[in-house]
Structures are given as structure tokens and as C-alpha cells.
Design a protein around this ligand. Structure first.
Ligand SMILES: NC(=O)c1ccc[n+]([C@@H]2O[C@H](COP(=O)([O-])OP(=O)(O)OC[C@H]3O[C@@H](n4cnc5c(N)ncnc54)[C@H](O)[C@@H]3O)[C@@H](O)[C@H]2O)c1
Length: 386
């Protein structure tokens, strides 16, 4: 190797040690992505299930020769002096309790979405986060998907669409996957489908609308999936389709459509302003295991340049998880560890995504539109009062 090559291929050693709490599907994705990014080392792991730890260790061996510390309990996982940051990747219903133990360490924390299963816990987390000596980043990483990075740039930075008026989002996909203990088949463990899954989309819509939601109406239910699914004699109660309408206090109107009994995955955002329309789409033919296609199209009519583009990250990044968005989420997390200011989901943004989701779930039950200011008052969410 020549001297020049040595510098070309040399990489700074990882600067931070991470502890992963909960080593199921997403915990292992974070381990994979951290190893790929190489700026932080996975130092240790903790899970309540030995088989999750075994699987995580086995899979990690394929990526790294680093030995992992395996903690016997949550306290020791959170308080290892060698650890610089904690990543909480446990099921939704455990987040609040695990977070309280993690925060006693004063270490930087990454907390998976949704931050909690109910709004009272979410409000407590926002309050705790505001006075925390370190920082808490929430795992709402869809904002880093290639098509949304471009959509945000066009709609919010370049203002290519003029003043944004309407936002329509949809997700069509197959049913929820298996989880350790099947927690995602029950609303009391997941917070409900719109909280568990769709907080990602409500976060995107909130960011694009740049205002407070004022009214939410939704219709939906459980039509096809897990109708016969039971665990410990308890029947699955999770919704598999929904139509949600959201009004914002700046006049922006939005809609969200969910269908979870489709053969393929597709996501779409259509944003329309007074000067143009943007369509961002991601399609993944799950049955054919074909490569996903991701496009952004802008139509300006007579007002300017229209264009359509394929957008992507490198194949390796896209395959590392959530179409590369988890990788960029890690960049934001490590940048924050280095003291840089970054664009990442805050506890307050995480809570607003839950407010829209929870109001929509309530509307589905009552059949009535939910006035958000009243909803905030009824639920005693003082932290959100203007
Ligand atoms: N950001 C995203 O796109 C994304 C994607 C998938 C999952 N998630 C979120 O990540 C979290 C985990 O989801 P998953 O799909 O990995 O679930 P999973 O069931 O595959 O894994 C969860 C793991 O946590 C362990 N666990 C349960 N209780 C624990 C506790 N008290 N302490 C330590 N470990 C515990 C389980 O044994 C299991 O190994 C959920 O909050 C989920 O909503 C986020």
C-alpha cells in the first residue's frame, strides 16, 4: 500500500460506545447500521430474552470482530462507565419505564418511536427531556428517506410549490410482522396501529404543515388481519385500515390513508401549493422481491420547470434498513454526541405525532371529529398548551 493509499482507505476509529437495550428486529438494525457507519462502536447489549441476545450476538459476529458486553440487568446496562450513549429499542409499552432508568444515568439517549403508548407518558417524557442534562432523540427516521429529504427541500427550502395548501399521504402494505411476544397485535402494548406505525407519517405531515393541528377526523378498523389471532386467550384488537383527515391552524389540510392487507409495500406523499404539485413515491414489490423504486415528481404547469427524478441512496445503505433512513438517523445521533446541532426528532415532535394519531384513534371510536385544543385540555396535556 502506498502512503497515499493509506490515507485514502484509513478510517477514524469509532469515538463512542453504544449500549443497545432490546435486541429484536430494530435493535439489530441499529447494531448493523452502527457497525456500517463506524463512528460509534456497539459496546454492549441487554434484553430480557436470552434468545434475542443470542441472535443479536450471532448476527453481529458477521459484521464485526468486536466482543459485546452482555449485561445481566437494565441497571447495569444503563450505568456502564464505558458506555457513552444508550439506544432503547424495546416494545412500545416498556419505553417509559426503561427510559426512566436510562435517564438516571445522565447519558445521551436514543428512544425508538412511538415514545410511549399513551399521551400522559408522552407528556411526562417531554417534560423530563426539557430538563435533562443530556439529550433524547426519538426514532422517527422517515424524514431521512431519500424521497422525503427531496420533498422537504422542494416544499420548504426552495418553496417550489408556493404556499403549501394540501398534503395527502398514504401507506399500503402487508400486515404487521411477527414480534417477540407478539406485542404489536394488541393496542394496549403498542398504543394502537395509528400510534405504533403511523406516527412516522403524522410526523412528516406535521413537519410539512409547519403548524399545530386543530381538528382530526378518522374512520377505520380491523377488517382482515389477525381476526382469529389470540394470545393467552386475548383476541388481537389492532386496526388494519384507516382514513384520517387533519386540519391545521394555518389552513393547511391533510389526509392519511392506511391499508395493511396489501400484497406490496407502497408509500406516497402528494403536496400541493398555490404554485405546484409534488408527488413522492416509494414502491417495493414484496412478492417479487424486486428492487424498490423511489421517485419525486414536481409539476409546475406554466409557472416553471416540471421534473421527475429517481432518488436513492447507495444500494448498501438502502439495504441496511428502512431504505437508508436509519443510517442517516445514526449520523444525526453521532453528530449530536459530538455536540453538533442536527435535524432530528425531538421529544416534543414525537409527542405531536402521537397527538394526531391518538386523536384519530379516538375519532374512529366515537365517529366524531376531534377538536385538538379540547383534546389537549381533556387529556390534561398542559405541556402543549400555547
Ligand atoms: N423506527 C422504526 O422504523 C422502527 C421499526 C421497527 C420497530 N420500531 C420500534 O422499535 C421498538 C422495538 O421493536 P422491534 O420491532 O425491534 O420489536 P421486537 O419484538 O422484534 O424486539 C423487541 C425486543 O425487546 C426485548 N424486550 C422486551 N421488553 C424488554 C425490556 N423491558 N428490557 C429489555 N428488552 C426488552 C424483547 O425481548 C425483544 O427482543 C418498538 O418501539 C417499535 O415500535 C421502530
Amino acid at each position: 500500500m502506498t502512503e497515499g493509499d493509506r490515507y485514502l482507505y484509513s478510517q477514524e476509529p469509532p469515538q463512542f460506545n453504544l449500549v443497545i437495550i432490546g435486541t429484536g428486529t430494530i435493535g439489530q438494525e441499529h447494531m448493523r447500521v452502527a457497525a456500517m457507519l463506524g463512528r460509534a462502536r456497539v459496546h454492549g447489549i441487554y434484553d430480557t430474552q436470552a434468545h434475542s441476545l443470542d441472535a443479536a450476538e450471532e448476527n453481529f459476529k458477521k459484521l464485526s470482530s468486536d466482543t459485546l458486553v452482555r449485561y445481566p440487568d437494565l441497571q447495569s446496562a444503563c450505568n456502564d462507565p464505558a458506555a457513552d450513549a444508550l439506544m432503547i429499542c424495546t416494545p412500545n409499552y416498556t419505553h417509559f419505564e426503561v427510559l426512566k432508568v436510562a435517564m438516571a444515568s445522565s447519558k445521551p439517549i436514543f428512544l425508538e418511536k412511538p415514545m410511549a403508548t399513551d399521551l400522559q407518558d408522552a407528556a411526562a417524557i417531554v417534560a423530563m427531556s426539557a430538563s435533562y442534562s443530556s439529550f433524547i432523540q426519538i426514532g422517527l427516521q422517515y424524514r431521512y428517506k431519500a424521497q422525503y429529504v427531496e420533498a422537504f427541500h422542494e416544499a420548504l427550502d426552495r418553496r417550489s410549490l408556493g404556499i403549501v395548501k394540501t398534503i395527502s399521504v398514504s401507506e399500503h402494505r402487508p400486515p404487521f410482522l411477527d414480534k417477540v411476544g407478539q406485542w404489536n397485535k394488541f393496542s394496549r402494548f403498542s398504543g394502537g396501529t395509528l400510534v405504533e406505525k403511523c406516527c412516522h407519517y403524522f410526523d412528516l405531515i406535521n413537519l410539512l404543515a409547519q403548524a399545530r393541528p386543530s381538528r382530526v377526523y378518522a374512520s377505520g378498523g380491523q377488517a382482515v388481519n389477525f381476526l382469529d389471532f389470540e394470545k393467552d386467550s386475548e383476541r388481537s384488537d389492532i386496526d388494519d385500515h384507516a382514513f384520517v383527515v387533519i386540519d391545521y391552524n394555518n389552513g393547511v389540510r391533510a389526509s392519511f390513508t392506511l391499508n395493511m392487507f396489501c400484497p406490496d409495500f407502497s408509500e406516497e406523499i402528494i403536496i400541493v401549493g398555490d404554485e405546484g404539485k409534488l408527488i413522492a413515491q416509494e414502491n417495493f414489490n414484496f412478492q417479487q422481491q424486486a428492487e424498490s423504486t423511489t421517485t419525486v415528481e414536481i409539476l409546475k404547469g406554466e409557472l416553471g420547470v416540471s421534473k421527475k427524478m429517481d432518488v436513492s441512496y447507495t444500494r448498501a445503505l438502502e439495504q441496511s434498513g428502512h431504505h437508508g433512513s436509519t443510517f442517516y438517523e445514526h449520523i444525526a445521533f453521532v453528530d449530536q454526541l459530538e455536540g453538533k446541532s442536527v435535524d432530528c426528532a425531538t421529544a416534543l415532535q414525537g409527542m405531536w405525532s402521537m397527538v394526531v394519531a391518538s386523536a384519530a384513534q379516538q375519532s374512529m371510536i366515537t365517529g366524531q371529529a376531534i377538536d385538538i385544543e379540547e383534546f389537549i385540555e381533556t387529556n390534561d396535556l398542559k405541556i402543549l398548551q400555547p
